[in-house]
Design a protein around this ligand. Structure first.
Ligand SMILES: [Fe+2]
Length: 181
């Protein structure tokens, strides 16, 4: 008889980023993707641009779903001004929805396609600045258990990034469902 080996203890628990670190890292990843697209604007072939734009849109949607499902509900009742900041984020999401739909149905290589990605990037940079300069500071000062919140966000992210496109579209309650309703 042999002793069954226990699963590896969760020794890496301390390495799980807290909620703000995780969201900050995502912001950096999004910025890097937009920078890469800007770099490739006059260099990449249309197929490469499309591939990159699809990665970008999915990363952005994943980020928005995580914030909308987990982060905003956890903080919005406990942070002064959070309601207005979250409301602004939701208004911006409506604009992003239009741009993302344009990109997903657009013609890679066209001027319009590049313009949609550029404007999407400008909105995302604005979103990042709003959150990091204001909201994140208030959340950090408010004494949340950011470690637990980080684990919740990471668990949801893991689910989302592993979903096939069709199932991801079903899970995407923010940008999914089409523009026409
Ligand atoms: Fe964000």
């Amino acid at each position: 008889m042999h002793t069954q080996t226990s699963p590896t203890p969760d020794t890496a628990a301390d390495r799980v980023p807290d909620a703000l670190e995780l969201l900050h890292n995502e912001h950096k990843e999004l910025e890097a993707l937009f920078k890469l697209y800007e770099f490739g604007r006059d260099r990449f072939l249309p197929g490469r641009k499309q591939e990159l734009a699809e990665i970008l849109c999915r990363a952005l949607k994943t980020h928005a779903i995580m914030e909308e499902e987990i982060f905003y509900p956890a903080i919005e009742d406990r942070i002064a001004d959070a309601l207005s900041l979250v409301a602004e984020a939701r208004v911006e999401q409506n604009v992003l929805k239009v741009l993302i739909a344009d990109i997903e149905t657009g013609m890679p290589g066209s001027i319009e396609y590049d313009a949609d990605v550029k404007v999407l990037g400008e909105y995302v940079r604005h979103h990042i600045a709003d959150e990091e300069r204001s909201l994140f500071t208030k959340v950090r000062e408010a004494g949340f258990d950011l470690s637990v919140l980080g684990k919740q966000l990471l668990a949801r992210k893991t689910e989302l990034i592993n979903l096939p496109d069709k199932e991801f579209a079903d899970a995407d309650v923010i940008f999914g469902g089409g523009l026409a309703g």
